[in-house]
Design a protein around this ligand. Structure first.
Ligand SMILES: [Ca+2]
Length: 248
């Protein structure tokens, strides 16, 4: 039995020598290939990070949008509730007027505590009459005085708001004049503090071209837009009287 022995050293050495020499230097293309995969991987990771970030940002925007939508709904509900409150206010006003009418009937037409005379409008503890007939400023002043009242005096924003709400679309005399001293004062002779915002542009102008006799325009009225203008006091206009609500 012979041991087979095969020496392939020579072959190996041959093959060693016959092999083509390995390239010692990488060419430009090879270097590019060597870096291509890591570069692509890095780019991919970068894109992934950006995409994830963008997706989170998109989620945040979506969340924000949802919150805004939600708040918008709540604001709409509040606005609806306020509208209902406002109509409740006019309903409660109507109920108060009805209550006063009933109590007046029960009391055989005599004055009722916290109520206004028939045809007058209640605001707080004040009654206002918006006349349907027209008089000169002096006649209107006298008419109000003869009915336990005076031409309207407007001091607070609430009073302006109430009167303007009821007096739009036509002219009404108010208790404001500069006839006595040349300076504007209320009908109870308290000084008037000039507030241009309440007057029509360019008014009061003390115009003398009215052709209504002597003097300029010494009496103030509400214009149809609720702002003041001075007119000759003899002009016949509707008027607003003011008094306290009745109390026994
Ligand atoms: Ca004028």
């Amino acid at each position: 039995m012979t041991t087979e022995y095969h020496d392939n050293t020579e072959d190996d050495s041959n093959s060693f020598w016959s092999k083509e020499p390995r390239p010692v230097y990488f060419s430009g293309v090879s270097r590019f290939r060597r870096w291509l995969f890591p570069a692509l991987t890095a780019t991919f990771i970068l894109v992934l990070i950006i995409a994830l970030g963008a997706s989170n940002a998109a989620k945040d925007v979506h969340r924000l949008k949802f919150a805004v939508e939600n708040n918008k709904d709540q604001l709409t509900s509040v606005s609806e509730a306020l509208k209902q409150l406002s109509s409740l206010d006019s309903i409660s006003r109507a109920v108060a007027t009805l209550k006063c009418s009933l109590e007046r009937l029960i009391n055989n037409g005599s004055a009722v505590d916290g109520c206004c005379p028939l045809g007058w409008e209640l605001s707080g503890t004040t009654c206002y009459l918006f006349s349907r007939t027209s008089l000169s400023w002096h006649e209107a002043r006298d008419w109000c005085n003869g009915h336990e009242s005076h031409l309207v005096i407007l001091n607070t924003d609430e009073e302006w708001d109430f009167v303007n709400h009821h007096a739009t679309g036509t002219f009404y005399w108010v208790g404001l004049t500069d006839e006595r001293t040349g300076k504007w004062e209320w009908v109870n002779q308290t000084p008037y503090v000039m507030n241009r915002r309440r007057w029509k542009p360019g008014q009061p102008d003390s115009w003398t071209g009215h052709g209504l006799g002597q003097g300029d325009e010494d009496c103030a009225h509400l214009h149809s837009d609720g702002r003041l203008n001075d007119l000759h006091c003899s002009t016949r206009l509707r008027y607003i009287c003011q008094r306290h609500s009745q109390h026994s």
